[in-house]
Write a protein that binds this ligand. Structure first.
Ligand code: NAI
Length: 334
């Protein structure tokens, strides 16, 4: 099948070329939007990534060009209007799991960086400044870590934290993972988690229910000086409220791999342009904030698994077989 890949980077070409042998893959670096949907005219299928827009307007333009299939090469699907896709007869599939270790380990990396100040130490030593002032951290052993979302990634993250000797509190209204409980994690309500955890890490999807899950009220319930890690989706945080909590000291450290308005920024080299997003720019001024550009998934194993599963999803569609990774509007209710 002919498939047009939007937002394709060189590493996408490499990983898909290594796993392919049966589909005709065409790559463009262009991001998908209503304005660029015309590029897909006459393609039966496209493949998109996290910041490609698949809203009703874009999907209608794609359907008008004859599109019948969208292969998401990612797990999250908050960027897709699934109801509109269903209405237009466009099938959508995703890669529900590729490497939970990639994201969970990355969240731990952000946590350790913020705690032990690797980011500051790295710069200091390069300037022959060997002072330790300001680099003090704390032992993770014995601290309480809150994990919001006990799915594939949250469970791996929780187990790593248990390995550090932390007390792990988990909140997940839709899951009660017996293995995680047996490993020593406690399932609690969100309020209890926020009140007791020194470190909170978010691993739930972005849905209407979780939009701005961490807002001013939630921040007010957190421990003074707590650390917040978000490797899930930017929309889980009310970023303006988070900036306020950083200014007041309520939030002691913030690690982000995702940002609510990242579609305008991430996966591009903007080093020679003026970034107009004042909230984002303000975040970068805090010494106790580390922001990265949606790279938690970015390991060799994850890229290979994403390519493999996406191509199998395409095989299923081409053969008219039911696909276990197909997304329906009903998925929004889960
Ligand atoms: P998953 O579907 O295995 O687990 C998500 C869990 O969140 C489920 O157990 C679900 O019950 C729970 N959940 C749903 N609503 C909740 C709520 N209101 N409060 C607490 N928990 C809730 O998904 P997985 O694979 O663990 O991925 C989690 C998220 O990580 C994805 O939705 C995606 O947004 C993000 N992600 C980020 C990546 C990155 O590169 N930064 C890469 C891959 C995923």
């Amino acid at each position: 099948m002919r498939v047009l890949f939007f937002s394709a980077r060189p590493y996408d070409r490499r990983s898909f070329a290594a796993a392919n042998g049966r589909h005709e893959l065409v790559f463009t670096e262009t991001r998908l939007s209503a304005q660029t949907a015309g590029l897909a005219a006459s393609y039966p299928a496209i493949c998109t990534f996290v910041n490609d827009r698949l809203d009703a307007e874009t999907l209608a333009a794609l359907a008008a060009g004859g599109l019948r299939y969208v292969a998401l090469r990612c797990a999250g699907f908050n960027q897709v209007d699934l109801r509109a896709a269903e209405r237009l007869g466009i099938e959508v599939a995703r890669v529900p799991a590729y490497s939970p270790y990639a994201v969970a380990e990355y969240a731990v990396g952000l946590l350790l960086t913020l705690n032990r100040k690797f980011h500051r130490a790295y710069n200091r030593v390069r300037e022959n400044n060997f002072l330790l002032d300001g680099l003090e951290g704390f032992d993770l052993h014995g601290k309480t870590v809150g994990v919001v979302g006990a799915g594939r990634i949250g469970a791996v993250f929780a187990n790593i934290m248990l390995g550090f000797g932390c007390r792990v509190l988990v909140h997940d209204p839709h899951s009660d993972d017996a293995a995680l409980r047996a490993a020593g994690a406690q399932f609690v309500g969100l309020d209890t988690l926020l009140a007791q955890a020194q470190i909170v890490s978010l691993h739930c999807p972005l849905t209407p229910e979780t939009h701005h899950l961490i807002d001013a009220a939630a921040l007010a319930r957190m421990q003074h000086g707590a650390m917040l890690i978000n490797t899930s989706r930017g929309g889980l945080l009310d970023t303006a409220a988070v900036v306020g909590a950083l200014k007041s000291g309520r939030l002691g450290a913030l690690g982000l791999d995702v940002y609510e308005q990242e579609g305008d920024l991430f996966f591009e080299d903007l080093s020679s342009t003026i970034v107009e997003d004042d909230v984002f720019q303000r975040l970068l001024t805090f010494p106790n904030v580390v922001v990265t550009g949606h790279q938690a998934f970015f390991t060799q194993e994850a890229l290979a698994a994403i390519a493999r599963t996406t191509l199998v999803n395409l095989d299923d569609f081409a053969a008219g077989r039911p696909c276990p990774n197909r997304l329906t509007a009903a998925a929004l209710l889960r």
